[in-house]
Design a protein around this ligand. Sequence first.
Ligand SMILES: [Zn+2]
Length: 228
Amino acid sequence: MDYFFWLVRGNGRTVLVDCGYTEERAAARNRRIDTHPTELLARLDVRPEDVDHVVLSHMHFDHIGNVGLFPNAAFSMARAEFDFWTGRYSDRPCIAWAVEGSEVRAIDELGRQGRLYLTDEPSEEIFPGVRLTKLPGHTPGQLVTEVTTGAGQIVLASDAIHFYDEMELDRPFSIFTELEGMYRTYETLRNLAARPGTTVVAGHDPAVMTQFERAADECVDLTKRTAV
Ligand SMILES: [Zn+2]
């Protein structure tokens, strides 16, 4: 399983979709970080202070671990997601294992600082060409980010699909809060993928690294598909 986060640049904005997880969390969960997110951004000439917005696709530890690295950023998340992880049953072990309490509190703190936007909309364009759509199943407020580019629509599925097989074979991932929603989400993503000029990008599939051209070491350019 690969772990990704995405950089969206254009219209004077530097936006991240998710921000990876920390070395500390990697060690605690027996994962490995090959390269720190700030190093990956440096390879694309981006400093942490250049990032002005971070979309948090959902609250799982591997997507929100580094919110503290971006001093000038505001953050977006679905309110349904925030409410779930701060809600009445969020401490139950079968729910709580996928998040870190300290990281949930860090998101809460962003809210107190006025740096967190919680969307209530099923689908909302937060900046021209950047649309967030709620596709629940994996989590209650899982967001998919659709970006308009010169090379068509890029749909950053995040964990709405971890692997392409989920969408293509209708094969649910083992971690979900709502199975029916997950099937509905796969259907939506299949329809999006069938739309001309649209590319759906899975959240953890190593195939992503070979489907697109290299932008820098360990970075791919989603606007450039490799020849098949
Ligand atoms: Zn994930």
